[in-house]
Design a protein around this ligand. Structure first.
Ligand SMILES: Cc1cc2nc3c(=O)[nH]c(=O)nc-3n(C[C@H](O)[C@H](O)[C@H](O)COP(=O)(O)O)c2cc1C
Length: 189
């Protein structure tokens, strides 16, 4: 049995990059929050490529990632095919701390679908000591607002992004600053 705690997944919401594949064999990646409740793991997924893919092929992976650029890129554009590898036909990302492959049980909803995730295979590639960096956390918050901005185009999301950018510029390292630059480039397209 796979111990999700070993992957840092605990009660509450864990932000990971979810990888899935279409029936044509095209891999996709997007940040998704995994909700752990009473020992069961769920994702709440809006209409998206990710949802289409797991409806077609109900297997996907949670990639545990600490690269801020990968979060921005997978949220707002596509990850290059060479950044994926395949484990028994399921796409995972190559440069990750670890991954967990799941069978997906989907309860389709009008706007949002609830997906129970049953772990079937997992791997830890890297164990790292890492203090909290407010710049990294700010990139994640800004990226959540960016995914709302691209759909709803409301000014308030740009204001939130600018506020988080102030923290990124103060506390972030080169990776966080690069991620923020990419975020602004992608929402201005
Ligand atoms: C940190 C973070 C967490 C997210 N969590 C979710 C989520 O739990 N469910 C969801 O539907 N979208 C979530 N999103 C938004 C999706 O990643 C975004 O809509 C993405 O563009 C979907 O890509 P796709 O169409 O390739 O699947 C999240 C975004 C970020 C940045």
């Amino acid at each position: 049995m796979i111990d999700l705690e070993e992957f840092g997944i605990q009660e509450g919401i864990s932000e990971i990059i979810f990888t899935s594949m279409s029936i044509e064999g095209i891999p996709n990646a997007a940040p998704i929050g995994l909700h752990m409740k009473n020992g069961r793991l769920f994702a709440m997924i809006y209409k998206s490529k990710t949802l289409e893919n797991i409806i077609e092929k109900p297997t996907a992976a949670a990639n545990i990632v600490d690269d801020p650029v990968l979060f921005v890129q997978s949220a707002l554009s596509d990850i290059e095919p060479q950044k994926f590898e395949f484990v028994e036909g399921t796409p995972v990302l190559k440069r990750v701390l670890g991954w967990i492959i799941f069978d997906c049980r989907i309860k389709k909803g009008e706007n949002i679908s609830v997906v129970e995730l049953l772990a079937v295979r997992s791997k830890i590639l890297q164990r790292k000591i890492k203090p909290i960096n407010r710049g990294f956390n700010a990139v994640i918050e800004a990226t959540v607002h960016a995914t709302r901005y691209v759909v709803l185009k409301e000014q308030k999301y740009l204001d939130y992004i600018d506020q988080y950018n102030t923290i990124v510029q103060k506390c972030g390292g080169p990776g966080e600053k690069e991620a923020m630059k990419l975020l602004y480039d992608l929402i201005r397209l």
